[in-house]
Write a new protein. Structure first.
Lengths: 362, 405
């Protein structure tokens, strides 16, 4: 008898390999995945029942598939396999009470296949072997960082045989980075600088303090990810990209934002045709990942209307297919446009709020 | 310099003028009020019925009797503001108003700066109000000036844009009294700009909670639910007097019954007080809270009932209030000790304690948790003028006593 997980994985891997999945095929696979997950994950089954769905009453469309709030990963174990079969887990960010959650996998195969397929098309369209300079968490130091895992896979499988890690929590090894970057320049090897937005700001500050500018070899590119949540210093993306282009000698169009979250197995990237400008850029999902923009009641919104973004990720076979976020965005032709948190938005009223209470509690 | 015109008026007349001006603002069709309503709606996004309710509560509360009651309670007599009065077993004394008072409303609460400003005027102080510009205070001051020209020079409204106005340095440094409403960082910054001898009266952000006693649970019905829901939902729960969490005392099943009644009340409240417009960020946060509450309810149990624009959520003692519009948080408890422990654990600065019955137990609970007001459900958002907002006196900060013996 065929293992249902293996059978599903085979279908999902085929879609990833083909990099194609039409609407009907997506729905069919999504419903089979949903049925599998409610059969193997008690919390998701209970939640689905609460939303009116079970094996006998299946969703009719992708919009109806119950989406678990991302914060639920911090509440309970959301996995379709027993803990002893876990092969890999990534840690989600902490809550106000300090505890994070886990996204667990019984095999890295889907995750690796999904990340490489997207990276190949969205970052390596020219199939270049790049040298990876990594300003993201190193797996040796942060073994449960999904970003570190992802870039480790990319660097090992798509790199030129050399790569370096330069970020250690909030500390950057600037001199070593500069040495390696200059060596790549001398050798004429194009690089991929993979960095969080915060680390990129730190690097550019360090370069400026040394009155140093780099001209990375032609074909070099930057993959920027993450925002400034919880950071004392926030730099607007427009200024960040211009400074990065000037300081590192990389064209604006070769600076690409990746958008992912620990609760997903797949990533979005800036759509190539939208990279000429810095804002707005369209985030494009691979075929097995579908974003839905919904209103506060979970109803699908028409294109152009701002709502919260829900993700249906078929590569999330071992957890939950649909994840609801509080990220704001709007559906547009070819993807979604994500909206940053409005800086300086006026707070109303004289009530305490959650942020202030947190501050008071230290 | 104090405004001579206002100094020359007997306090009783000032009170009467203020009460008369407030009476004009009670008319929803009074043109300045219509303009202020529109400005508030545009800036804060509250629906018109909500703003009308707020303005009604504000201006129906400003009466000669209310002002006089507060003044007499704190100073002994209204005439104490006019000159020395004889006092039994104490020196004759004159509650002379200070020269300058400044009231800062760095938040957006509707009309919060007005009441202290009016008491400052009753003390014959010259007052500058700086608040978020919705024209309410400026409009009311214009009406006062129509009542008597002395108010024109004594009551000044200026916009507050976060503290960057260079005029403020001299204003804060020379003011006798600075009353400030705002977040802790805003209050700290304002206090730092005040003179050494400036009397600083801060009103920081606070939360309000409710407690249903075991008897209150037994007697809980649709009418009481309507009252409690109004306290929670008005102004999107964004006031310091908004009900942010309700503790329900009693047996198993008590909470489910209360939650059900509250959800039904939420449906009715949606008709009476429709929601206005909210920022996408706020909307996303509300949706996120609702989704997580549904998830918790279906996977772990506990009440989660939607009613109108509200969602009634059974929460645990572990989590602080979410401080989100429409969130009616109910927390089962076995007694008042649980409430006190919750407030201590979450370091909650409590403004008001809503209760089913104001009695010795509820007053004792208020004292334990640092609440400065105990009141029945349904009245939390309607504080009396002669009460002590934030635990402070109303007019006393604006006078300096002159003993005359």
């Amino acid at each position: 008898m065929t293992d249902p997980a293996a059978a599903l994985d085979a279908r999902i891997l085929a879609a990833i390999a083909a990099y194609a999945l039409d609407d009907d095929a997506f729905l069919a696979l999504a419903l089979d995945l949903f049925a599998y997950q409610i059969a193997h994950s008690a919390p998701y089954a209970a939640y689905a029942r609460g939303c009116g769905f079970d094996a006998a009453q299946m969703p009719r469309c992708v919009e109806e598939i119950p989406a678990v709030p991302a914060a639920a990963f911090k509440e309970q174990r959301l996995a379709t396999f027993p803990p002893e079969r876990g092969a890999l887990w990534f840690e989600t960010s902490g809550t106000t009470r300090g505890s994070g959650g886990r996204h667990e996998f019984d095999t890295p195969a889907l995750y690796e296949a999904a990340l490489l397929a997207s990276f190949d098309r969205m970052m390596l369209g020219d199939a270049q072997r790049l040298r990876y300079l990594l300003l993201v968490p190193e797996p040796r130091e942060r073994p449960h960082s999904s970003l570190g895992f992802m870039m480790d896979v990319v660097a090992r499988r798509r790199g030129d045989g050399e790569h370096g890690w330069y970020a250690h929590d909030d500390l950057l090894e600037v001199e070593r980075f500069l040495d390696d970057a200059r060596r790549a320049c001398a050798e004429g090897v194009p690089v991929c600088l993979a960095t969080t937005a915060f680390a990129l700001v730190g690097l550019l500050d360090a370069l400026a303090s040394r009155s140093c500018r780099l001209a990375l070899p032609a074909g070099s590119r930057i993959m920027e990810t993450g925002g400034f949540k919880g950071r004392s210093r926030v730099v607007q993306r427009e200024a960040l990209y211009r400074d990065a282009s000037n300081g590192l000698g990389v064209p604006i169009a070769s600076i690409v934002a990746e958008y992912g979250m620990t609760e997903l197995s797949s990533q979005y990237y800036d759509a190539p045709e939208s990279r000429a400008a810095i804002e707005p850029r369209v985030k494009r999902a691979p075929p097995w990942l579908r974003p839905l923009v919904v209103d506060e009641r979970g109803r699908l919104l028409p294109a152009g209307i701002v709502g919260t973004v829900r993700h249906l990720d078929l590569a999330n076979r071992g957890s939950v297919i649909a994840v609801e976020t509080e990220d704001l965005g709007a559906a547009v032709d070819g993807g979604i446009v994500l909206l940053g948190r409005e800086a300086g938005a006026e707070l109303r009223g004289c009530s305490l709020d959650a942020e202030e209470l947190l501050h008071r509690r230290g | 310099m104090a405004d001579d015109g206002l100094r020359s008026l007997p306090a009783q007349r000032i009170v009467a003028h203020i009460a008369d001006a407030a009476a004009r603002w009670r008319d929803a069709d009074f043109p300045p009020r219509v303009r202020a309503t529109a400005a508030i709606a545009q800036r804060l996004g509250y629906s018109t019925p909500v703003i009308e309710y707020a303005l009604d509560r504000l201006f129906f509360g400003i009466t000669a009797q209310g002002l006089e009651t507060a003044i007499v309670a704190e100073l002994g007599a209204v005439a104490a503001l006019d000159g020395p009065l004889a006092r039994t077993h104490a020196p004759d004394a004159w509650a002379r108003g200070v020269e300058w008072a400044v009231v800062i409303s760095s938040d957006t609460t509707v009309g919060v700066a007005l009441v202290p400003a009016l008491f400052a005027l009753c003390a014959k102080a010259r007052v500058v109000v700086k608040d978020r510009s919705d024209a309410l205070v400026a409009g009311f001051f214009a009406t006062l000036a129509e009542e008597h020209p002395a108010f024109a020079g004594a009551a000044i409204a200026l916009p507050w844009d976060g503290g960057s106005d260079p005029v403020e340095d001299e204003l804060f440094a020379t003011a006798d009294v600075v009353v400030a409403f705002g977040r802790q960082d805003a209050l700290t910054a304002i206090r730092g700009r005040c003179g050494v001898e400036t009397r600083f009266v801060p009103f920081g952000h606070r939360a309000s909670i409710g407690r249903l006693s075991a008897r209150g649970v037994q007697e809980f019905d649709a009418m009481r639910a309507d009252a409690l829901v109004r306290d929670a939902l008005l102004y999107d729960g964004e006031g310091c007097l908004s009900l942010h969490a309700t503790f329900v005392t009693g047996r198993t099943g008590a909470l489910a019954q209360v939650a059900s009644l509250l959800a039904a009340a939420g449906e009715r409240a949606a008709l009476e007080f429709p929601i206005g417009t909210r920022s996408p960020e706020r909307t996303a946060a509300i949706a996120g809270y609702r989704n997580l509450a549904r998830y918790r309810s279906t996977t772990r149990g506990g009440a989660m009932i939607e009613g109108g624009n509200a969602v009634v959520v059974e929460a645990s003692l572990d989590a602080p209030p979410p401080f989100l519009p429409g969130a009616l948080v109910v927390i089962p408890i076995s007694g008042d000790d649980d409430v006190a422990a919750y407030v201590a654990a979450h370091r909650l600065p409590v403004q008001a304690l809503g209760v089913d019955t104001v009695d010795a137990d509820s007053i004792a609970l208020a004292a334990r948790i640092g609440a400065v007001r105990v009141c029945p459900f349904g009245t939390m958002q309607d504080p009396p003028l002669a009460g002590h907002h934030g635990g402070e006196t109303r007019i006393a900060p604006f006078v300096r006593w002159i003993d005359a013996r």
